[in-house]
Design a protein around this ligand. Structure first.
Ligand SMILES: Nc1ncnc2c1ncn2[C@@H]1O[C@H](COP(=O)(O)OP(=O)(O)OP(=O)(O)O)[C@@H](O)[C@H]1O
Length: 224
């Protein structure tokens, strides 16, 4: 088991204004999983993602990675876990506009005082079809190309798991479809766990395990 969430809850605020954003969620993610999490706006999807990736702290419950509770390690270990074990992909690409595509891709490694593996960089940019665009600035790329640069950036540190929060939310349906097809083939080729949060049932159905979340309650959709 790669990541396990056990009875994971998050409440915001206190007293009458308190909101239970996530209510005793249980989730087990293995290295082989492609998981989708679907739910309406405000149902707790981002809260769940932030908690299982160490971006926020739970009110109760545990998140374990390789058997260790990530919230019982120190800040430095938690930061290293996020930097080295997880790749993040966001709806808004989050590329730095003054850096080229290549500089954006390798930035997480440089921040971690590591050098890129050029052969691996070429392998992933070839898979994503952006090798010929690496010297361009984000503003010179289409939305779909920018998201492919962001996917390469998520992969560069060779993480074990990719979390994608509405990765096609900012794209038209054609480029969104292409980005999802690429994510799915990368999942098969590189053998990394993939967790995609989406509003779109067609995207959710591409996953091999599907979850829904309603009012903070997470449940797995049974196949069949
Ligand atoms: N920092 C915060 N302070 C107070 N309430 C919050 C905070 N963050 C989220 N919430 C509340 O927690 C609930 C779950 O929010 P969350 O962002 O996880 O939903 P979501 O399913 O990701 O929504 P969306 O699809 O719109 O992004 C919502 O009611 C939201 O208003």
């Amino acid at each position: 088991m790669l990541i396990t969430a056990k009875d994971l809850s998050k409440a915001y605020g206190s007293g009458e204004n308190s909101i239970i954003a996530l209510n005793k969620a249980n989730l087990e993610i293995t290295q082989a999983d492609f998981i989708s999490i679907m739910g309406p706006s405000g149902s707790g999807k981002s809260t769940l993602l932030h908690l299982i990736s160490g971006l926020d702290t739970p009110t109760s419950g545990a998140v374990t990675f390789d058997g260790v509770n990530i919230y019982e390690t120190g800040d430095r270990e938690l930061a290293a876990f996020r930097r080295r074990k997880i790749g993040f992909i966001f709806q808004q690409f989050n590329l730095l506009p003054v850096l080229t595509a290549k500089e954006n891709i390798i930035m997480p490694l440089l921040l971690d005082k590591r050098q890129p593996d050029e052969a691996y960089l070429k392998h992933i940019t070839d898979l994503l079809g952006i090798t010929h665009r690496l010297s361009h600035l984000p503003g010179e790329l289409s939305g779909g190309q920018q998201q492919r640069v962001a996917i390469a950036r998520a992969l560069i540190a060779k993480p074990d798991i990719i979390f994608a929060d509405e990765p096609t939310g900012n794209l038209d349906s054609k480029s969104g479809g292409e980005v999802m097809a690429l994510l799915s083939s990368i999942w098969k080729e590189l053998g990394k766990a993939l967790v995609v949060i989406t509003h779109d049932s067609r995207i959710a159905q591409m996953a091999d395990r599907r979850f829904v979340i309603v009012d903070g309650a997470l449940s797995e959709v049974q196949a069949g």
